[in-house]
Design a protein around this ligand. Sequence first.
Ligand SMILES: C[S@@+](CC[C@H](N)C(=O)[O-])C[C@H]1O[C@@H](n2cnc3c(N)ncnc32)[C@H](O)[C@@H]1O
Length: 501
Amino acid sequence: MSVITVSPPLHQLAPVALTPRGAAAGAAVVVLTDPSKVFCLCRVLTRILTSVQTQSSVGSSCVRRSLCAAAALVSPLKRTAALPLSYMEPELYRAPAAVRGMISLDREAFAQTVTVPALRVPKGVLNKVVKSLKKSTIQRPGVPRVLQDKDKSSEAEDFRLVLLDPHRVSSPGSFSEAEAEALRSFSVSEELQRYELRLTYDNLKTEEVLAAVLPEGQDVTSAFSRVGHIAHMNLRDHQLPYRNLIGQVIMDKNPGVTCVVNKTNIIDSTYRNFKMEVLAGEENMVAKVKENGVTYEFDFSRVYWNPRLSTEHLRVVQLIKRGETVFDVFAGVGPFAVPAARGGANVLANDLNPESYRWLQHNCKLNKVESKVRTFNLDAKTKVHVVMNLPALALEFLDAFRGLLHQDPSCDENLPTVYCYGFSKDDSPEKDMVQRASSSLGFSLEDRCSVHFVRNVAPNKDMMCVRFTLPKEVLFCGGQEQTEPSEEPASKRQKCEEPTD
Ligand SMILES: C[S@@+](CC[C@H](N)C(=O)[O-])C[C@H]1O[C@@H](n2cnc3c(N)ncnc32)[C@H](O)[C@@H]1O
């Protein structure tokens, strides 16, 4: 029977190790009588080491030493360990400490030499070995997995070094059964070599560079939205002193990004565009993007564009059939209007922002749909004026208005379909949307609409779309089924009016 005795029990090691006074961890003693369990145990210890390193740097070195010692006791039992456990140091890829606090990017300062494990593999079986070990070979941006042996002997010519991931392989015992079996079948020695690897700025990932530079323990989120050649960030206050460096790193690590911008204030509440600051790269804000196969161009600093809405644009456009008519009253630069027209719809597209209007027209031309889209630069909530300058006959035309807004059409066939978007912070956003739309229309949409979740824009804040056929009672002013005017508490109304991307 297999017996594993661990003192303290393994599941208690991590919490103990995380106490600031790491000494509390004491020694980890591992007594093992079944060699087949060694491999699992090594894995567990590696994970604990990583967790110790990630979650607490205070007092963890003593804990780490204890655990290393425990793992070192374990690993030789299976196969001969050629490398000390220090290869499992999770901080192996950490940039040199001197870069902490750097404001202006000095790429040279990130260079360092680290020792990684490697296997000497005969050239003849190289490809097969690399394939069999793909989970254990080194995975670093810009670092080759296979290298020439630095040894100048004539025999060395017949071998190559396969670099291994030091976080996975610390001794021959770290190989899985399948990997070990593959090595045996190709007659490759499991003995590990030490390889001195020169790591530079180019071999580090964005988060690794930023974690090394920004004050320890602070969030280094490097998320951005991509709009053509522009990377659009939303930096936190603590990141602002490093903003130019962050911009430069984002540009270096993301091919095709030639400009990095940061939102500098809250979104403009009418035109929904942001003021932004260029952090790195060119000042060119005119972006060219492709969304669902359609190309758009626009000045990103002066119009609204959100790459996260591509699925929603596609969803709605797919509901519109050839020959149907679309009124896109808040059209922006055309992500509903242009593809709808390309699909054969007749489109009337409007936007209040003169810049959006200009790019909307540009995009219609760019996509050769200018004859299918009539564009307007109006306030969507405009009052309608009908001018009838035909003095000889105009008065006789007035009968056209009779019953226009009172006639009750016999069928609902030609009533418009409305897609109305809203933000909701309610526990039941679907219900909230129906209530607010009903209240605004003065007509209950209960059981007469569908509500679609578009995306989560902030914790506890969803973007929703309510879709309904405009009731004839509303359109034709019958008003039989009026709802009470909204008496929602002011706080609830306000919640949904906050500007959000
Ligand atoms: C959230 S954006 C949506 C743009 C586009 N439909 C899209 O999906 O990307 C809303 C648009 O409404 C426009 N807008 C704001 N108030 C308006 C109004 N009163 N009349 C017409 N357009 C308006 C803004 O300029 C902006 O382009």
